[in-house]
Design a protein around this ligand. Structure first.
Ligand SMILES: [Zn+2]
Length: 464
């Protein structure tokens, strides 16, 4: 089963024995010594990758993969992950204590275990972080949010968006805009296809119908954002959750990367850079969505016209810190496990996957109440997908976006023109024509630091 299908039961069921049974069955997937056991498969994949890397002259698979990434060596990746690990684990321990307090207050005679996390974290959430999503939605109509993201890029770079009505698209839900630069020149075409449909793939993404190139004259891009937001019901407009709003800004960031790009060769345009960098232009735009100043500029009630109240914004921002110890710890444990599997050398014996994983997790001091987000026997990102030695990329991009946005905050102006110009010139326009680290440094003036991310996620000791 998919993990999200187990959460409602783990949250709602009062049968602790059944919660344990379900949770244990989930984390033992591929690890039951039967015909679908993956322990040896995983170990063999890791060993074969090490052998292949050695044949090509690399110390390990991770050395081979990272050569083309923004972080260049396993040592750099471990250094980043371990800097984040300690504060994440400290926060997770506080969360365990918060949940144990609820168990004790209810007279429950047990210690919090991994299968209790969802039920008791929900009780903590309701008590400390309660945010009524339904109260928020009337302020977040799709048109409001689109106006918000258009206004954000207008203030940053002077872009304008003109909706075009006389072009036939592939579906009536899809809308199209011409994007123009500050001087009125044509930059590209943006298509937004936001509502869920029965024949649409799940999730949200950006892709290009036409890329950008200056090789043989100027060819400007045609870019689409596809999402799965709930369609409008009756006469009401489509109303988004704040999670949807963040997704819209995120995908729009990818779209800007695809539209502002200005390079000679099409293969190096737009979003073509390394995986641990290309989420940065998308994720940094999310920060503007949760700035109170910007929220207030677009989040008005669709019936009354009232601007979103400060109290609701405060609750929203506080809620974003909920359960971050858990989320970061499970993610970082999996990232470190990925790195451990891919820094073995060709000479090493075939590993016993369970023993290898246990040693890996014991070394970093993972607590028993949390499992890595994926255990070795079902870690398909790294054993069946493209994320071997790359699962760290998500948090690396997060370090960049938090650090990058902090630069704006530090000037007291989230639209600081000088920084906005640098961000556009060195990040959104450059595609993969230069080393990602150099691009970031040209924008920021230095390499990224983790402090801003710790603050954003409430891992800096400031959360109660
Ligand atoms: Zn993305």
């Amino acid at each position: 089963p998919h993990r999200s299908s187990m959460y409602p039961f783990l949250t709602e069921s009062n049968r602790r024995d059944l919660r344990e049974q379900l949770y244990t069955a989930y984390v033992q997937r591929g690890d039951n010594d039967n015909e679908t056991d993956n322990k040896e498969v995983a170990a063999r994949i890791a060993k074969l990758r090490a052998e292949r890397a050695q044949l090509m002259g690399y110390e390990s698979h991770a050395h081979f993969v990272l050569e083309e990434r923004m972080l260049k060596t396993p040592a750099e990746v471990y250094d980043l992950l371990m800097q984040l690990w300690k504060p994440a684990l400290e926060r997770a321990k506080v969360e365990v204590a918060d949940m144990q307090a609820v168990v004790d207050a209810e007279g429950g005679d047990f210690e919090i275990a991994a299968w209790d996390w969802w039920q008791y974290s929900e009780k903590v959430r309701v008590a400390k972080y309660d945010l009524d999503e339904a109260a928020l939605k009337p302020y977040l109509s799709l048109d409001n949010v689109l106006n918000g993201v258009f206004a954000t890029t207008n203030k940053l770079w002077g872009l304008t968006f003109t909706e075009i009505f006389d072009i036939n698209l592939y579906h009536p839900d899809a809308r199209v805009w011409e994007v123009k630069d500050k001087d009125g020149s044509h930059l590209g075409i943006f298509i937004g296809d936001y509502f869920t449909r029965s024949n649409k793939r799940g999730g949200a993404w950006m892709s290009s119908f036409r890329g950008q190139s200056n090789l043989d004259g100027s060819q400007r891009p045609i870019v689409v954002n596809v999402c799965n937001f709930p369609a409008p019901v009756g006469d009401d407009p489509a109303l988004l959750s704040f999670g949807n709003v963040t997704t819209l800004f995120h995908e729009f960031g990818h779209a800007m990367h695809g539209i502002l790009t200005n390079v000679t060769y099409g293969s190096m345009a737009g979003t073509s850079g390394p995986r641990d960098f290309t989420e940065f232009p998308a994720q940094i735009l999310e920060h503007w969505a949760s700035e109170p100043e910007i929220l207030k500029s677009f989040a008005t009630h669709y019936q009354t016209g009232e601007v979103i109240p400060d109290e609701l914004i405060d609750k929203l921002l506080k809620a974003s810190k909920f359960n971050q110890g858990f989320a970061n710890t499970e993610y970082l444990a999996a990232s470190l496990l990925d790195m451990d599997w891919h820094t073995i050398t060709a000479e090493e014996e075939l590993k016993d996957a369970d023993a290898f994983e246990e040693a890996s997790l014991t070394k970093i001091g993972l607590i028993g109440e949390i499992a890595p987000r994926y255990r070795s026997t079902y870690f398909s990102h790294i054993f069946a997908g493209g994320y071997a030695s790359g699962y760290y990329s998500y948090v690396h991009s997060a370090v960049l976006d938090s650090d990058g946005f902090a630069a704006f905050k530090a000037t007291g102006d989230v639209f600081n023109p000088e920084l906005a110009a640098k961000l556009r010139m060195h990040v959104y326009e450059k595609g993969s024509t230069e080393e990602a680290m150099e691009l970031y440094k040209q924008f920021r003036g230095r390499e990224a630091e983790i402090d801003a991310l710790l603050k954003v996620r409430g891992l800096d000791g400031s959360s109660d």
